[in-house]
Structures are given as structure tokens and as C-alpha cells.
Design a protein around this ligand. Structure first.
Ligand code: HEM
Length: 348
């Protein structure tokens, strides 16, 4: 039998780029004869298989309904599979293009969101018509960006006790939680369903982010002090220009869930892993955190803090606009709900 010959189909990316030809976006890296790709195999938490399948189905439906939704990523091949009786998960991503094309795709994607690419990628025009300052060494300024990563411990039992102490019924607890966040637990925004949760809407990626605040200036639906309205006021009237403070954001929970109904802290560390990506961390992440989340002046709501992510000391207040009168009854004892555990320096 003839032995099949297998030649390695990869090339190493050189450490020094000085000798490389300069392309449209910086050095032209050697193209690999095969594709770029990566594979992740992970254990699946017990009980999470259905949720994972549901997520995949939602994505598939989104693409079916609007084939353009992933158009900028058309050069990528992504697939995932659950195996070993739903205990493991494999995710594979392949992009069959070079880095320049990959960058162009990203620019198209950002262009479609209506924001200049320079807000997120160093080396491109930003919303001010200028360019983000180039860091040192200069090579980091070509197609680079900044990442702020935070591990935020959450006081879940305390949050639940706060809701219970502040509301008269379970329904009212849920409403108060939603008024603090701006979304119901399913993700459905108060802006679209102000009176009760709508899990179908919460699960629908076409609709659950398709809302504005200008039609609700007082905040009868989504309070101006709620987390999502502070973190991204969208078209609400605020001092300053919202477009200069946008961010790409990814988050995931860490630690085991506190079992439903438990009101005492079990001492286990849990919370949110938060990642910010942007070319202007100062006027994007830092501004949003210091001016929008921890003060209310820019939003026209005085010296108040975000009820979810603000740095409270136990004396903050939170008001919920209500006809005929604002509801400040429950909210005079806001305690800090999060504690920062780790902050990493920006990197390009
Ligand atoms: C433990 C602390 C935090 C929790 C539990 C939390 C939770 C959430 C949740 C549940 C949402 C709504 C879901 C979504 O739109 O993806 C959200 C949205 C958001 N959060 Fe946070 N967050 C925290 C801290 C922060 C911090 C520190 C920042 C930035 C400085 C931030 C910025 C944002 C932004 C920009 C949005 C999107 C708002 C929108 O356009 O709808 N969050 N957060």
C-alpha cells in the first residue's frame, strides 16, 4: 500500500515585520497554503445542552430570515457540535482569507452599524473625523484595539434581599429588578414591553435590541437611571454626543448560580466577566463608567448612580418615574452590588 504523504500546511507568522511589503493596512503577512482555523473543545455544564441547542437554532433562524445578517463574516466558516451525550461541546472557526480581507470584513461590519471603524480599530477614521492616537510601538497601531477586562463579583443574595425588602409581591420584585436593569430577566426591554416580561421577545434577536428612548423622555417605561439606559442612552436627550461613547462589549458569568430562592450568601465567588473593546478606552469605557454609571449630571438626573453597577455606599437613591408621582420609596438604601476583583491593563 502506498503511504500517503502529508505536508504541513501552515506557515509561521514572522516576529519581525520590518522586511515585509507594506500593504493597504500594514505589513502583508505570508499567506498560509491552508486556512486559518481554531477549535475549542469544552465540557458542558450539566443541564445546559438544551439552552446551547436553542441558541444555535436561534442563530440559524436569524440567518434564514435575513441572509445578510452575517454577510460581513461570509469568509468565515463556523460550526459547533454537542457530543458525548451532551457533556461536551466543540466549536470550530475557520477563515479562508488573509488578514487584510479579515480587516475589511470587520470594517464593513462596523460600517453597517453606522459607526466609523476608527471608533474600534486603530488606524481608521473615527467619529470625530480624526484618527485614534497611535500607541508605541507603532506596529500596535495598525489594526489594533484596546481591551479592558474586568472580573466583577456580584452580591446576588444581597440583591435578592433588597428586592424582597423593597417590594410587596413577587411580581413587584420582578418589576423593580427590571426597572433597575431596563430589561426583564428574559432580556426583553422595558422599552417594548413595559408592564410584563415577554420571553418570546427576549429570545428574538431581531426585536430585542430594536428600540430607542426618545419616545419616553421622562422614563415612564425605561427609567433614565436604569443600567442599560445609562450605559447606552441611544437617542435619549443627554449632554454630549452618545456616538462618541459607544463600546463593543462581551460578558459572561463566572461561578455557580446561587440556587433560586436562596437569600443568604453562601460565600461562593460569582459574578460577571466583562470585556470592553474599543479604540478610545478613555472617552468610551472610562467615560461611561465615571460619568454615566457613577454620576447623573450628563444624563440630567442629578447626582445619582447606576443601581446595578454603580459604586454605592449604602445611602444612594434610585427613582422610578411613575404617573402621577415618582417612586423613590424603595430605593434609599442602595448598596454596592458589585465588587471589582481584577482589572487588567489595556492591550493592543
Ligand atoms: C456586575 C456588573 C454588571 C452587570 C450585572 C451588567 C449587566 C448587564 C445586562 C444584563 C445588560 C443587558 C443585556 C445586554 O444589553 O447585553 C447590560 C447591558 C450593558 N452594559 Fe452592563 N453590566 C454590568 C456592568 C457594566 C459596566 C461596568 C459597563 C460599562 C462601563 C456596562 C456596560 C453595558 C452596556 C454598554 C450595555 C448595553 C446597553 C444597551 O445598549 O442595551 N455594564 N449589562
Amino acid at each position: 500500500m502506498r503511504r500517503m504523504e502529508i505536508k504541513p500546511q501552515a506557515v509561521a507568522i514572522p516576529k519581525s515585520t520590518a522586511h515585509l511589503e507594506k500593504g493597504k493596512y500594514g505589513p502583508v503577512f505570508p499567506k498560509t497554503p491552508a486556512c486559518y482555523g481554531f477549535t475549542i473543545v469544552a465540557d458542558l455544564k450539566p443541564g445546559k445542552a438544551e439552552a446551547m441547542r436553542g441558541y444555535g437554532e436561534r442563530l440559524a433562524k436569524a440567518v434564514e430570515a435575513n441572509p445578510q445578517v452575517l454577510a460581513p463574516l461570509k469568509l468565515h466558516y463556523l460550526r459547533w457540535v454537542l457530543f458525548d451525550n451532551d457533556t461536551r461541546f466543540m466549536y470550530q472557526g475557520i477563515f479562508d482569507t488573509d488578514f487584510d480581507k479579515y480587516t475589511e470584513d470587520a470594517v464593513v461590519l462596523f460600517g453597517q452599524t453606522g459607526i466609523e471603524a476608527g471608533e474600534f480599530i486603530i488606524g481608521y477614521t473615527d467619529e470625530t473625523g480624526g484618527h485614534p492616537p497611535v500607541p508605541s510601538p507603532e506596529t500596535l497601531g495598525r489594526n489594533g484595539t484596546y481591551v479592558v477586562f474586568r472580573k466583577l463579583h456580584q452580591r446576588v443574595a444581597e440583591f435578592r434581599r433588597y428586592l424582597k425588602a423593597s417590594a410587596r409581591s413577587e411580581e413587584e420584585e420582578e418589576l423593580l429588578a427590571a426597572k433597575m436593569m431596563g430589561r426583564w430577566r428574559s432580556g426583553a426591554p422595558l422599552a417594548l414591553c413595559p408592564f410584563h416580561d415577554d420571553p418570546e421577545l427576549g429570545a428574538d434577536p431581531h426585536r430585542n435590541n430594536d428600540f430607542v428612548f426618545a419616545d419616553d423622555p421622562i422614563g415612564y417605561k425605561t427609567p433614565p437611571g436604569s443600567h442599560i439606559r445609562r450605559a447606552n442612552p441611544r437617542d435619549a436627550s443627554v449632554a454630549g454626543v452618545v456616538r462618541l461613547h459607544r463600546m463593543l462589549r462581551r460578558g459572561t458569568v463566572y461561578g455557580p448560580e446561587l440556587p433560586p430562592g436562596v437569600l443568604e450568601d453562601d460565600g461562593v465567588d460569582r459574578g460577571l466577566m466583562f470585556a470592553f473593546i474599543g479604540a478610545h478606552p478613555g472617552r468610551q469605557f472610562e467615560f461611561a463608567q465615571s460619568e454615566w454609571l457613577n454620576q447623573g449630571e450628563f444624563l440630567g438626573i442629578g447626582d445619582t448612580k447606576d443601581p446595578i453597577a454603580g459604586a454605592h455606599e449604602g445611602s444612594g437613591s434610585y427613582s422610578i418615574p411613575k404617573r402621577p408621582i415618582a417612586d423613590v420609596r424603595a430605593h434609599a438604601t442602595l448598596r454596592q452590588q458589585i465588587v471589582e476583583r481584577v482589572t487588567s491593563a489595556p492591550e493592543a
